[in-house]
Design a protein around this ligand. Structure first.
Ligand SMILES: Cc1ncc(COP(=O)(O)O)c(C=O)c1O
Length: 392
C-alpha cells in the first residue's frame, strides 16, 4: 500500500473542512467559512458569460491576459497611486497560489519567513512544503497589536521575508501606517522582502484607510503585493488573484507559477478586467454594505452575550464566548462543535490560526463571518437568542 509523503502527512486536515461537514450534518447556519452567500455583481457575471461565448476558452498567456494585467495595474494606480507596467503583474489561481508561488520563488530551503500569529492557515503549510522555517510574532488582543521588540528579535541572518496580511484574517486588524513603518524599517535594515496579502483591501470599516506597504519609502522594490478578486467582487470560487511588484520579484514568482498552474482560467481573467474597471461607486457601495453587515452582526453577537472585538476591516468578527456558553466547554474547538450541534450556528475555532504550542491563546475565542445575506444573519440571530435563554 503506497504511503502518504511526509511532506503532507504532518500537515493534517484543515478544521474548515471539518466544520463545514458538521454544519451540513446538523443543518447549521454557516457563519464559518468566509464565502459570501450572495452573488458577484451582474456586470462581472455578464462579462464572464460573454468571454466564454467569445471563444476566450483556450490557455491564457502564462503571466495573464494583457487586458487583465492592465486593469490590475490601473486599479493599483487609482487606489494607491502605484505606477506599474503590465510586466509587473502576474495573474495566479487566487491569492493562495500567489502566496505559495511567492514562497517557492523567493526563498530557499532553510530560509526563515516571519509571520504574525494568528496566521492565515495556508502560509505555514506552504513554507513547510518549501522547506522554509516559520518565525512567529504574536498579535495581542484587544487591538491585535504587536510588540516591536518581539518583531525585531524575530529577524535573524536567515530571514528572507515577512508576510503581512492586512486587513487581517481572523482578527479584522488593519495594520496602521505606523506599524507598517516599523515593519518597513526592519525589512530595510535586514534586507528582507515583504509579502503582503491584501485580499480584503476594499472591506474597511468606520471610515478607515487601507495602507499599502509597497507605497512606503524604500519599499516598492522589496514588497510583493498579493490580492485577488474573490472578496472584493464576491466571487471566491473564481480563484483569480495576482502578485504585483518590482519586475525581479514578480519574475521570481512566475518561475514557480509557470510550473504550478502555468496560467489561469481565461474567461474569468477577462471578467476580472471588467470588475477591476468598475467605477468608484461600486467600491464605495461595497464598503457601505459591509459596514451595515458588520454592525448588524456585531449587535447580534453582543445580544447573544459574547464579548466582541470590533474589526477594522475584512470578513470576520472575533468574539470571546466565555460569558455566553455553558461551563463544561473547555476550548474553542469544543465551543464550535457545541454551537453547531446545540444551537445550529457554525463558527470557526481560531486556534486553527495558531501553532500547536500557542493554541491555548485562542481557547476562549470564536470567529464569525460577516459576508452573509441579511436573512442568514437574522436566522443566526434567532438561534443565538434561543441559546441565551437555554444556557443562561
Ligand atoms: C487572508 C486570506 N488570504 C487569502 C485568501 C484566499 O484567497 P483566494 O481565494 O484568492 O485564493 C483568504 C480567503 O479566505 C484569506 O482570508
Amino acid at each position: 500500500m503506497p504511503r502518504m509523503a511526509q511532506r503532507v502527512a504532518a500537515l493534517g486536515t484543515t478544521i474548515f473542512a471539518e466544520i463545514n461537514r458538521l454544519a451540513r450534518q446538523y443543518n447549521a447556519i454557516n457563519l464559518g467559512q468566509g464565502a459570501p452567500d450572495f452573488d458577484a455583481p451582474p456586470p462581472v457575471l455578464e462579462a464572464a458569460v460573454q468571454a466564454v461565448r467569445s471563444q476566450l476558452n483556450q490557455y491564457a498567456p502564462n503571466t495573464g491576459l494583457l487586458e487583465a494585467r492592465e486593469a490590475i495595474a490601473q486599479h493599483a494606480e487609482r487606489f494607491y497611486g502605484q505606477r506599474l507596467s503590465p510586466e509587473q503583474v502576474l495573474i495566479t489561481a487566487g491569492a493562495t497560489e500567489a502566496m505559495f508561488a511567492a514562497i517557492l520563488g523567493l526563498s530557499d530551503p532553510g530560509d526563515e519567513i516571519i509571520v504574525f500569529q494568528p496566521v492565515y492557515d495556508s502560509y505555514v503549510p506552504n513554507m513547510r512544503m518549501a522547506g522554509v522555517l516559520p518565525r512567529y510574532v504574536n498579535l495581542y488582543a484587544p487591538n491585535w497589536s504587536f510588540d516591536p521588540d518581539e518583531l525585531a528579535a524575530a529577524f535573524t541572518p536567515r530571514t528572507k521575508a515577512i508576510i503581512i496580511n492586512t486587513p487581517h484574517n481572523p482578527t479584522g486588524k488593519c495594520y496602521s501606517r505606523r506599524e507598517l513603518e516599523i515593519i518597513a524599517e526592519l525589512c530595510l535594515r535586514h534586507n528582507a522582502i515583504a509579502i503582503t496579502d491584501e485580499v480584503y483591501e476594499h472591506i474597511i470599516y468606520d471610515g478607515g484607510q487601507h495602507t499599502r506597504l509597497a507605497t512606503l519609502d524604500g519599499m516598492a522594490e522589496r514588497t510583493l503585493t498579493i490580492s485577488s478578486l474573490g472578496k472584493t467582487f464576491s466571487a471566491t470560487g473564481w480563484k483569480v488573484g495576482w502578485a504585483i511588484g518590482a519586475p525581479e520579484l514578480v519574475e521570481s514568482v512566475n518561475r514557480a507559477h509557470q510550473f504550478i498552474t502555468y496560467s489561469v482560467a481565461t474567461p474569468l481573467q477577462a471578467a476580472a478586467a471588467t470588475a477591476l474597471n468598475l467605477p468608484d461607486s461600486y467600491f464605495e457601495s461595497l464598503r457601505a454594505e459591509y459596514q451595515r453587515k458588520r454592525d448588524k452582526l456585531l449587535a447580534i453577537l453582543r445580544g447573544a452575550g459574547f464579548q466582541t472585538f470590533t474589526p477594522q476591516g475584512g470578513y470576520f468578527i472575533m468574539v470571546d464566548w466565555r460569558a455566553a456558553a455553558p461551563e463544561h466547554i473547555q476550548d474553542d474547538v469544543q465551543f464550535a462543535e457545541w454551537l453547531i450541534r446545540e444551537v445550529g450556528v457554525a463558527c470557526i475555532p481560531p486556534s486553527a490560526f495558531y501553532r500547536a504550542e500557542d493554541k491555548h491563546r485562542a481557547a476562549h475565542l470564536a470567529r464569525f463571518a460577516i459576508c452573509k445575506r441579511d436573512e442568514t444573519l437574522e436566522a443566526a440571530a434567532e438561534r443565538l437568542a434561543a441559546m441565551r435563554v437555554s444556557s443562561g
